[in-house]
Design a protein. Structure first.
Length: 141
């Protein structure tokens, strides 16, 4: 079981399905211990290793095709392009929006109440990982 990295129940299921040939070793004064065919164990290990490996895409944002080590300027340019691309996808949050924790400090209102108001639509807010509320709506409360 240790060699397969599987639980006892999983190994028993493999034996029931016929993936492992199982026998028992009689030990005096103890329950018979299950033993498995080493060839079957190796076959399952090979299948598990094959399942762990996955193909890597030929080209990614920071990996070059010729596998030459990029210099610092090229690496920084690639990282900057990836950062700019991801920044274009995320909506901007300006100083007119504050996080829920800051909104609690600014308004003095409980966090739960503010979240209820956001869900009811009384306070304009956007959820980008966490809630951001409009400062203008907080000051109007």
């Amino acid at each position: 079981m240790e060699r397969l990295g599987a639980s006892e129940r999983t190994v028993n299921r493999m034996a029931e399905r016929g993936q492992l040939q199982q026998g028992y070793l009689n030990l005096p004064g103890r329950r018979p211990a299950p033993v498995f065919n080493p060839a079957d164990v190796e076959t399952i290990q090979a299948e598990q290793e094959a399942a762990k490996t996955f193909p890597v895409p030929a080209q990614t944002a920071l990996v070059r095709q010729n596998h030459a080590s990029p210099n610092g300027a090229e690496m920084m340019a690639a990282m900057l392009s990836v950062a700019q691309a991801s920044a274009q996808r995320a909506p901007e949050i300006s100083a007119s929006y504050v996080g829920i924790e800051d909104a609690v400090r600014i308004s003095g209102l409980p966090r739960g109440f503010l979240l209820e108001q956001v869900k009811a639509g009384a306070i304009k807010a956007h959820k980008i990982g966490r809630w951001y509320l409009r400062r203008q709506d907080l000051e109007a409360m």
